[in-house]
Each structure stands twice: as structure tokens, then as C-alpha cells.
Design a protein around this ligand. Sequence first.
Ligand code: ZN
Ligand code: ZN
Length: 186
Amino acid sequence: MMLNLTDVLLDDKRIAAEAVIGLKELEFSFGSFPVEKSGPVLITVEKDEKGNLEIDGRGTVSVRIPCDRCLDDVTVPLELDFVEKVPQRAEVSPEEARRGPESEDDDISAFDPDCYLDGYNLDVDKLLLGEALLNWPSRVLCREDCKGLCPVCGQNLNHGDCGCERKALDPRMAKVLDVFSKFKEV
Ligand SMILES: [Zn+2]
Ligand SMILES: [Zn+2]
């Protein structure tokens, strides 16, 4: 979704819009995650007294992330509440705005406004993608006491025990596995 900023940039007006993320999946270097519910996120854009652009956003985007232990999908609501200040810079000429983006570079950096500001338009998807990354949970569990996967057969232990001899793996096997992982590093 593109938000046209002409009213703000040329007429110093304030605009407010209910935005939804147009992406089916959030794609990052560490994986891609299906969007379960894409908002809405209330976005307001205005100029502050110094002429800087101020972009406020508040809302929730829900995504499916695998549980850290058992890999089952968990629906995680990412609460977005942000203020991005874009320093005033040389006015974008109308020609430049018409020409559109200079490159199709999809690298996302939430702090680089060039990635979500495109002439007179705000690329809401790219902005929200960057904000989602900033609010990414450090840990995702399907439940606090998730039992995880059996290290022997891979069964999800929340669904019942598989009967494997897992205890044998504990102290001595851990050492063997350590040796293996050292070999792997070489
Ligand atoms: Zn789990
Ligand atoms: Zn097992």
C-alpha cells in the first residue's frame, strides 16, 4: 500500500490513514513468516515545527512464527507503536517524484527512510516490514512448558511420548556431540 504524502510535503497538512500490510509473508534474512492478520495500523504523517517529517504508527500485525522448541506454528501479534522522524532534506522535485524509485533494492533498513519513502509516496509495506523486524520477539514458545521435539526420533513430545531412550543421550552423548560439532567447524 502506498500513501501519498503530497498534502504533507507541499501543503504542510496532517494526514491520517488506516493502513494494512499488503504482504502475504514477512520476508527476512532469517526466514519468511505468513501474515495472519495485517492490521490495521493507524498511520499519521505530519511536519514538525522544524520541517522534519514525522511518521507515527500504532496497531498490530499478526504473524505465524514456529515455536523455538517444537517448531509448531504460533500466531504472534506484533504490537507496533513507533515514531519515525525523517530529517528535512532537499525537496524532491516533481520530475524526480514522477521518475519513481531509482533502484529496485529490497534491502530493508528501518532507519533509512530511503527504503520506504519514494518521492511523494510512503511505501507502507516496507515501513511496516522494518517496524515488525524491530519488534521481533526474541523467543517464541507455543506454551511456556512446551516439551519440544524428541532428539532421537523427532516426535513432538507435546503430542505424547514416543518411548525413546532419551536419558542415555544426556551427559556422555552430549560430549560426543560436542566433538562432532568441533569437527564440523574445521
Ligand atoms: Zn512448542
Ligand atoms: Zn523419540
